[in-house]
Design a protein around this ligand. Structure first.
Ligand SMILES: Nc1nc2c(ncn2[C@@H]2O[C@H](COP(=O)(O)OP(=O)(O)O)[C@@H](O)[C@H]2O)c(=O)[nH]1
Ligand SMILES: [Mg+2]
Length: 223
């Protein structure tokens, strides 16, 4: 759950990039790190997965302030390999939203589904099954990428599917903004952020775009 400190006028959100092994979660974070102004982000911490370690994840802190409030967003990735289940649970605990990075490669269809099922199971165990999930189909550059018309909607035909080529930085900011906006709206229902902070969802999205966004993101962030 988000931490909100009214005395310090600070809100901290936790977001997690989830998905099968090698779908491009770390690449998303690297691209975000490269695109966000360095005044608005901390060091990208990435730990390479080796089987003799117990805890691996990437973490990118992003922050910005408005005239009245400061915001911190901690963005994590989880390791996708089944063996790292314990790490996934630790990282997922208390999340305010999830980007599910699906792999567009046709031979990863089953791996996508297995990871999705693992995600929904873990969210349920944490009573987080209502947090927003944004699905991103990454690696759209692959010549044999699964056509979007045939892509799995993971149980909800009306679920929007975002597209990305994270390696080239395409679609990364859009995905991030989509999730941050949805996470705000989700939290607002419980915490009444708009009332307490004097900033509504639209103003929050605009502040995010103004402070963290780059030109390519502004349009998509405000629709
Ligand atoms: N073709 C292609 N490869 C990608 C893309 N994004 C990531 N990759 C590659 O996929 C591999 C796994 O990426 P990584 O971010 O480490 O995956 P993670 O295990 O989900 O963190 C790397 O070789 C990346 O360069 C993409 O958009 N297109
Ligand atoms: Mg990774």
């Amino acid at each position: 759950m988000a931490q909100v400190d009214f005395a310090e006028r600070q809100l901290t959100l936790k977001l997690v990039y989830y998905g099968p092994p090698l779908s491009g979660k770390t690449t998303n974070l690297r691209a975000l790190h490269a695109k966000v102004d360095k005044l608005n982000r901390g060091r990208l911490m990435t730990l390479d997965t080796r089987d003799d370690r117990t805890l691996f994840f990437d973490l990118l802190p992003i922050f910005f302030r408005t005239s009245s409030f400061s915001f911190r967003i901690k963005v994590y990735t989880v390791p996708g390999q089944p063996v790292h289940e314990a790490t996934r649970k630790v990282v997922l605990a208390g999340t305010d939203g999830v980007v599910f990075v699906a792999d567009s490669s046709p031979d990863q269809t089953q791996a996508n589904l297995a990871s999705w099922q693992n995600l929904t199971q873990n969210l349920k165990a944490f009573a987080l099954d209502r947090v927003p999930i944004v699905v991103q189909y990454n690696k759209r550059d692959l010549p044999n990428a699964v056509p979007m018309a045939e892509a799995d909607h993971f149980g909800d035909p009306s679920r929007p599917l975002l597209q990305a080529r994270a390696k080239e930085g395409e679609g990364v900011i859009q995905t991030f903004f989509e999730l941050v906006g949805s996470a705000w709206e989700h939290l607002d229902k419980d915490l009444h952020l708009a009332n307490k902070l004097g900033i509504d969802a639209q103003a929050f999205r605009k502040a995010l775009a103004d402070h963290v966004g780059i030109s390519e993101s502004i349009g998509s962030a405000t629709v």
